[in-house]
Design a protein around this ligand. Structure first.
Ligand SMILES: Nc1ncnc2c1ncn2[C@@H]1O[C@H](COP(=O)(O)OP(=O)(O)O)[C@@H](O)[C@H]1O
Ligand SMILES: [Mg+2]
Length: 250
């Protein structure tokens, strides 16, 4: 069976900076892979090449065996690439349930999705999704009233509304308290395994990385310098030198 995601020889330069310089890896369905590396290593650029925000200079992106290199983000979303994102401006004035219902309606292609009457059809499904991320109790709250950690859980629910095969999370726990980070990643890990979603995430908190990733890929200056199990990566001298030995968190 083909991997949920394969990237092969991915390259992207900005002017003279080789942000991503020949990156090759796979993520299997149901697998949680952490992409780590110092500030400027190329993690976000990798994500943007995979989700269609950027087109690569060279290399291939394959989803479930289908070459999707260079397709725009919208097309990739339809093919099952989900991502967590900065909360949209409309979010604050709507309830959490309405936000998730809107995402579900949009996925279903419902044309009248902006009308409350049309949205209500998706309420039960929205509540079920919120249940899955442990945020059912937030359903009636307005976005503006949510604590930061709650927003992050709702973002995962919004990404799941698109029924992704691959979920990309660039620093999903940034700004969260340490205890909340573990909880959020546990939610993502449980979902990935239960629904066989491939998850690729970046994360600065090494406790979260080593506690939740099935596999860790280490980038440094656009290149993969190591990949393996959390235990193998923790013990790898190149990784310690390039990354763990420093306190740069970028
Ligand atoms: N849009 C851009 N224009 C110019 N340079 C960029 C752009 N995006 C990223 N870079 C550069 O590419 C390198 C990798 O950045 P990035 O992928 O954001 O790293 P990370 O997410 O690992 O911190 C850095 O040197 C960064 O300055
Ligand atoms: Mg980044």
């Amino acid at each position: 069976m083909s991997a949920a995601l394969s990237v092969d020889g991915l390259e992207k330069a900005f002017g003279g900076v080789r942000a991503v310089d020949g990156v090759t890896f796979d993520v299997a369905s149901g697998e949680l892979v952490a992409l780590i590396g110092p500030n400027g290593a190329g993690k976000s650029t990798c994500f943007n090449l995979i989700n269609g925000q950027l087109a690569p200079d060279a290399g291939r992106v394959t989803l479930g065996g289908e070459d999707v290199t260079g397709r725009p983000a919208r097309a990739l979303a339809r093919l099952g690439v989900g991502r967590t994102f900065q909360v949209a401006a409309t979010f604050a004035s709507m309830t959490v349930r309405e936000n998730v219902a809107l995402a579900l309606a949009s996925h279903a292609g419902a044309a009248t999705s902006l009308l409350a009457a049309g949205l209500a059809r998706f309420d039960a499904a929205a509540d079920a999704l919120l249940d899955r991320v442990g945020a059912r109790e937030l359903a009636g709250r307005h976005g503006a009233t949510l604590a930061y950690g709650d927003v992050k859980r709702v973002e995962i629910a919004l990404a799941l509304a698109n029924a992704p095969r691959l979920l990309l999370m660039d620093e999903p726990t940034a700004g969260m308290a340490p205890r909340e980070r573990g909880t959020l990643m546990q939610v993502a890990a449980d979902l990935a395994r239960r629904d066989a979603i491939a998850v690729l995430f970046t994360e600065h908190d090494m406790d979260v990385v080593f506690g939740h990733a099935d596999r860790v890929i280490v980038l440094d200056r656009g290149r993969i310098i190591a990949q393996g199990s959390p235990d193998a990566i923790r013990a790898d001298p190149r990784v310690r030198e390039a990354y763990l030995g420093t306190d740069s968190a970028g």
